[in-house]
Write a protein that binds this ligand. Structure first.
Ligand code: FES
Length: 137
């Protein structure tokens, strides 16, 4: 597996929350946040974007809240199955989170989604953004 696509050690993915990482679409758009969540048999990766309002992250900046095996959107309380991304409750019931393909090999989690390059772990910083604000100081 390509070392440039190693996200973290599998042991660093919390069992009761998520780990945030940054990716950039290969078409050159601005970075996006994604989350890793632990499954019984591995990990799942999802874009950190609610399907109610796509521009709103699922969390408030420190990873998603979980209830049993569901991810909770911090904004309006939608629940998403951790392994399928299916929304079981809330304003976007029936929608699915957007997949970011990842896999576990030799104790590490790798980004295997060809649509993205890996930028690193943690939230998006202003330095990651290429778009210019139309507000100048
Ligand atoms: S923004 Fe997630 S439920 Fe409304």
């Amino acid at each position: 597996m390509d070392a440039d696509r190693r996200i973290v050690a599998r042991s660093e993915v919390p069992s009761d929350g998520s780990l945030i990482f940054r990716i950039r679409p290969k078409d050159g758009d601005d970075p996006e946040e994604a989350i890793l969540v632990a499954l019984d048999d591995g990990v799942a990766g999802w874009l950190n974007a609610c399907q109610h309002f796509r521009h709103i992250p699922l969390d408030k900046g420190s990873g998603v809240e979980m209830r049993d095996d569901e991810i909770i959107c911090a904004n309006h309380g939608a629940y998403f199955e951790v392994d399928t991304g299916y929304c079981t409750f809330g304003p976007c019931k029936g929608a699915y989170l957007e997949t970011v393909e990842v896999s576990v090999e030799d104790g590490s989690v790798y980004l295997t989604d060809d649509d993205y390059e890996l930028l690193g772990t943690g939230q998006i910083e202003d330095d990651d953004l290429t778009s210019e604000s139309n507000v100048k100081f």
